[in-house]
Design a protein around this ligand. Structure first.
Ligand code: NAD
Length: 464
């Protein structure tokens, strides 16, 4: 029997035996269970007629004075440092999947305040709800071209009326002291302009992927943020997501030997030719910068290396109204300095499929699906003599948007470079431009050799 159980049992059986004070008790248990267990143990004692004992005198009674307890000192199991999780008692058997540590949210006044720019699908369905799961971030302002929609969203998420801006009023964010960071969730072709203006207004910038429509635009965004001494992060949610983080760890530790190839697909059947995603000026391209980018960025992330050569193929179904300005599908190969070769495909024209497989000399790692917001699955196979050990890894879903938001907030609060800064987005843009060039020219395109691992990333995010 554990000390706490022994104590509670003996107290209930023999209320007069214990002369332990409440504080002694907390020290004895050292666990938060104490609060609830103690409450009920003392409540039971209180009901007993023979009230002349230490335990019942601790419980507040009209007849006896309450003992002097230091009001400010918390029990040993409740850390005063709010960044440390409160420990709860174990409920599940050790063989079952355990809960993670309890959340450690900051209070509202300590969080980084964000202005959200663009109230479309991603903002309404994913980002705004993610603030509820975040620990260090809060939404304090909105920017939209639709006053009615913005009014509704402001009411739903408690944003003040005076903190709602039109696109023409965007620069007035400068005067809103509650706003420390701007999250840009606009069509790709607008990212550069709103990043530059946001940095000039003195705000840190979190920008959705793809970073922009060209390497020149990406460079202008980096330069503007540097000049204004503001941080810039590209919202590559996969790099903050636990399954994909585990794949990277397995690959980098060589858990399955040397990686030989990675095969990746991200495609979906998209519709509505009038949407900005099918307009070159707003989208920059078709499936490649929108969904194909996940294959490219995740492979670079998992390997930590940069490709030295690409070969691309682009195709669009003739006369399909969706593909007048942007491409339908792209297939491409990449060569990496370590000898790894990768094969990727992306499309706006086939049924939803989002996965990748890392093929190494003693096993493989499969993520299927790999890129949706939830429901990711990680499976590995390890060669063991004549058999393969196949494991389906159980990892709880984590709100990917809350994770990336909190990482950026942490960078703002602690003055750190984000893990996925502007340079990471620029590198992807350069590679995508090389893939298009290769497809146009019908031959491989070489890229500058990058010797360093994780050459374009900042320090690793804190969270496990
Ligand atoms: P969306 O079309 O649903 O929303 C875009 C918003 O921009 C709308 O509110 C629209 O009114 C506004 N807008 C302002 N000016 C516009 C203009 N000139 N033309 C069209 N719209 C204009 O798009 P979305 O799916 O929310 O995507 C927004 C950004 O987020 C894109 O850069 C996209 O690549 C990115 N995104 C990222 C993820 C992810 O998982 N990280 C997922 C989806 C989208």
């Amino acid at each position: 029997m554990k000390p706490i159980d022994r104590f509670v049992t003996s107290l209930l059986e023999n209320p007069g035996m214990s002369s332990l004070s409440r504080q002694d008790f907390f020290q004895l248990t050292g666990r938060s269970l104490a609060v609830g267990a103690l409450g009920s143990a003392f409540a039971s004692c209180e009901k007993k007629p023979e009230a002349n004992n230490a335990a019942s005198s601790i419980a507040s009674t009209p007849s006896g004075p309450a003992p002097k307890l230091p009001a400010t000192s918390p029990p040993a199991d409740v850390p005063t440092d709010v960044s440390k999780p409160i420990e709860l008692e174990q409920i599940k058997a050790k063989t079952e999947q355990q809960e993670g540590p309890t959340p450690t949210p900051l209070s509202e006044d300590q969080r980084v305040g964000y202005a959200l720019v663009g109230l479309g699908h991603l903002t309404l369905n994913q980002i705004l709800p993610a603030f509820g799961a975040s620990k260090k971030s809060k939404v304090v302002a909105l920017v939209s071209g639709s006053p009615e929609k913005m009014q509704k969203v402001a009411a739903q998420y408690g944003v003040k009326k005076e903190s709602c801006y039109s696109y023409t009023d965007y620069d007035k964010l400068r005067d809103n002291k509650e706003v420390q960071a701007i999250y840009i969730v606009l069509p790709n072709g607008m990212h550069a302009e709103y990043t530059v203006r946001g940095a000039q207004a003195g705000k840190h910038i979190l920008c959705e992927k793809p970073m922009a429509n060209s390497a020149e635009e990406c460079q202008a965004m980096i330069d503007a943020c540097k000049k204004a001494d503001r941080k810039l992060m590209i919202a590559y949610r996969i790099q903050y997501e636990p399954h994909n983080r585990m794949v990277r760890e397995m690959v980098q530790k060589g858990q399955f030997g040397k990686v030989k190839s990675i095969v990746a697909t991200n495609g979906q059947n998209s519709d509505n030719p009038d949407h900005w995603r099918f307009k070159k000026a707003l989208a920059g391209g078709g499936s490649l910068p929108d969904v194909g980018l996940y294959c490219l960025n995740t492979i670079r992330y998992v390997l930590g290396e940069e490709p030295t050569e690409v070969m691309g193929y682009v195709h669009s179904t003739p006369n399909d109204p969706r593909f007048k300005e942007v491409e339908e599908q792209v297939n491409w190969l990449m060569k990496f300095p370590s000898g790894v070769q990768t094969s990727c495909s992306t499309s706006y024209g086939h049924h939803d499929d989002k996965n990748y497989k890392v093929l190494a000399d003693t096993g493989w790692i499969k993520m299927d699906p790999a890129f949706p917001y939830t429901g990711l699955q990680l499976e590995t196979s390890q060669a063991q003599g004549t058999e393969n050990q196949i494991i389906q890894h159980k990892i709880s879903d984590k709100d990917q948007f809350a994770a990336e938001l909190d990482h950026f907030s942490e960078c703002v609060m602690e003055n750190k470079t984000p893990f996925t800064p502007g340079e990471e987005g620029l590198q992807d843009q350069k590679i995508m431009e090389a893939i298009y060039q290769s497809a146009r020219e019908g031959k491989p395109v070489k890229l500058a050799l990058v010797d360093k691992k994780d050459a374009f990333r900042g320090p690793q995010p804190k969270q496990a």
